[in-house]
Design a protein around this ligand. Structure first.
Ligand code: PQQ
Ligand code: CA
Length: 657
């Protein structure tokens, strides 16, 4: 008698509350994984980043795409059951620092819960896809966006938000799953003391700030991970970088600026502060501690510990006691330059003073992309290893000579060109990525799979002793969880940056993953991925013996197309070009790359048609559906023209005769 269940769900984004992304399914294992093939797929009709972890409940797979388009499929056949478009106003494309992405959704008692880029939390009927309730969780007059996945516990659903690159004050809130009413809210940084502090934690935090920090929001956005701890009754939140980036522009006398770049434990029922651990006091490199947080129980120095693990952007792998917040250990998972280690007495980083930049650009590692970003790591209680997508990155940081509260990052994007060029060249040459099997007890690497460059995907680990991950080589691969030996790989025409999941329907185990290159790395640095030749973004589902084949690759499909023709001749003087450069830095570079190198679209490569309709796009919003909203409220037509001239100048600089 076979006692194994016929259907096994993946009902929560991290599978269990502990967010380990470890599945007990072992039908697919190291012995038979070579028979893994495609069972079904669907095309996703946008070429923006696909970052979502799907969920599966009772044989139905729920997925979410850019613009928060939510879909339901028969998880065994791929038949679409419904599609819900929340009609996110296209102007929010401009507020998303790192692409119009979404990382997942939640399920609770017949409802699918989604959070939209424009800040709504919406409950859908899981059967029909019809809206049950919708609540606005942010003030739309401020620059908030939501890209993270909600989490549920009991009758509560939790959600944070992003926007620390745009001048906001971070917070997390709890809502009632049946009505959408707010239960509690906890801000991550203090507001204006004149308005009164919301709680003692805010009052304590205000001691670590100076000046009029609230003018630019302060930051600390909870833009990605949340971890529920039913055992201890806690909700752990990961908080983001300071807003603006440069500390002296938000807190002139320095200070730790609590609770930026921290793991904070809150009472799950009331939202009251319990403890915090700040990974980067006085943060100023976009070193978010929002990366996924995994709970596990493990023996360390002869003692069983209830731990929480995180590998935030700053390059350390942290193991904390999750009851008290005590730092147990921390080691670096990649070469970094901003700190040399952690002082275990105080739990504070031992900083390299040169990393605290002024107006002359300094190279710091990791760069804003981080040694580990949102791409989820996984942990196997069977091997005792965490599987982390790691990147080695470098970036030039420089402070702007002046700053207007709430406007931009406070950093300089131009000037000192020679130094910038040297740093960019060093970064291009030395950036790389790998999958690391990390032992959290000994804080050492057990094995690694090196990749040609950075940009590989989130991770799944299973009781079949397999680790699944998308690769920057446009493939999906499986590794032996103990040794790291590659046991299977399939070309999939795109880069699956999202985390895979696995589930069982009618006794058959499936593996599913969204494959669509995009997100922050692509946004800021697409030019450095110019050799990527991509097919359509897709949701891919695999099973043993699957025989479905993908259609042929399109001929065209380079991320950065070859120059069709010489760039147009420059018809403006150096003053106009310099004005365009300044305006580009302030308004365009977050999506279109520093010095117009790459970005979500490389503007050095504009087609004749784009050149001809430049003002329609920038001011008229004619490509808003692609994420390029109108800038008519901030740019005059003369300013738009100046940016156009600057871009023509840049194209000629790089490709002119
Ligand atoms: O500070 C913030 O509020 C915020 C938000 C987001 C986001 O919501 O996507 C990202 C970041 N920061 C960020 O620093 C970052 O590297 C990043 C990468 C991505 C992505 O989806 O690829 N989002 C974000
Ligand atoms: Ca950020």
């Amino acid at each position: 008698q076979d006692s194994s269940p016929a259907n096994v769900d993946w009902a929560h984004t991290g599978l269990e509350a502990n967010e380990q992304r470890f599945s007990p399914l072992d039908q697919i294992n190291a012995e038979n994984v070579s028979e893994l093939g495609l069972a079904w797929y669907v095309d996703l009709d946008t070429d923006r980043g696909q970052e979502a972890t799907p969920i599966v409940v009772d044989g139905v797979l729920f997925n979410i795409e850019p613009w928060n388009i939510t879909t339901a499929y028969n998880a065994a056949t791929g038949e679409q059951l419904w599609r819900f478009d929340p009609q996110v106003p296209l102007r929010f494309g401009r507020l998303a620092c790192c692409d119009i992405v979404t990382r997942g959704l939640a399920y609770h008692e017949g409802k699918v819960l989604i959070a939209t880029l424009d800040g709504r939390l919406i409950a859908l009927d899981a059967q029909t896809g019809e809206e049950v309730w919708s609540t606005l969780t942010v003030d739309n007059a401020m620059n908030y966006t939501i890209t993270g996945a909600p989490r549920v516990h009991g009758d509560m659903v939790f959600i944070g938000n992003g926007g620390a690159e745009m001048g906001v004050r971070g917070y997390v809130s709890a809502y009632d799953t049946s009505t959408g009413e707010m239960i509690w809210r906890w801000h991550t940084v203090p507001g204006n003391p004149a308005d009164g502090f919301e709680n003692a934690a805010m009052e304590a935090a205000a001691e670590t700030w100076s000046g009029e920090w609230w003018q630019s929001g302060g930051g600390g956005t909870v833009w990605d991970s949340l971890t529920v701890d039913p055992e201890l009754g806690l909700l752990y939140i990961g908080t983001g970088n300071g807003s603006p980036w440069v500390r002296k522009w938000r807190s002139p006398e320095g200070g730790d600026n609590l609770y930026l770049a921290s793991i904070v434990a809150l009472d799950i029922a009331t939202g009251e502060y319990r403890w915090h651990y700040q990974t980067v006091p006085g943060e100023e490199w976009d070193y978010t501690a929002t990366q996924n947080m995994i709970l596990a129980d493990m023996e360390i120095d002869g003692r069983m510990r209830q731990v929480i693990m995180q590998a935030p952007k700053n390059g350390f792998f942290y193991v904390l006691d999750r009851e008290t917040g005590e730092l147990i250990s921390a080691e670096t998972i990649a070469p970094i330059s901003w700190a040399t280690g952690i002082d275990m007495e105080t739990g504070r980083p031992i900083e390299n003073p040169e990393a605290r930049y002024g107006e002359i650009p300094v190279m710091v590692s990791p760069g804003a992309g981080g040694a580990h970003n949102w791409n989820p790591m996984a942990y196997s209680p069977e091997t005792g290893l965490a599987y982390v997508p790691v990147t080695e990155t470098y970036m030039a940081y420089a402070a702007a000579p002046d700053y207007t509260p709430g406007q931009g990052l406070g950093t300089a994007f131009a000037g000192h060109d020679e130094i910038r060029r040297e740093i960019a060249e060093y970064a291009d040459e030395h950036s790389k990525g790998w999958l690391s099997a990390w032992d959290p007890v000994t804080q050492t690497e057990r094995w690694r799979v090196p990749y040609a460059k950075k940009g590989s995907g989130g991770v799944l680990v299973t009781a079949g002793n397999l680790v699944f991950q998308g690769t920057i080589g446009t493939s999906f691969a499986a590794y032996d969880a103990t040794t790291g030996e590659k046991v299977w790989e399939m070309p999939v025409q795109n880069v699956p940056i999202a985390a895979p999941i696995t589930y069982m329907v009618d006794g058959v185990q499936y593996i599913a993953v969204n494959a669509g290159w995009g997100g922050g790395l692509a946004h800021v640095e697409r030019a450095s991925f110019s050799e990527l030749h991509l097919g359509k973004p897709r949701l891919l589902v695999f099973r043993l013996g699957g025989t479905v084949e993908l259609p042929a690759m399109p001929e065209e499909g380079f991320v950065v197309p070859a120059m069709a023709a010489r760039p147009p001749a420059l018809e403006a003087g150096p003053e106009v070009v310099a004005q365009g450069e300044r305006l580009f830095g302030a308004n365009c570079s977050i999506c279109h790359g520093n010095a117009a190198r790459g970005g979500v679209k490389d503007l050095r490569h504009m087609s004749a048609e784009t050149h001809a309709t430049f003002a329609d796009i920038v001011l008229g919003g004619s490509r808003a559906a692609n994420g390029m909203a109108s800038f008519a409220d901030v740019l005059s037509s003369e300013e738009s023209e100046a940016i156009h001239h600057y871009l023509i100048a840049r194209a000629n600089e790089d490709w002119g005769s």
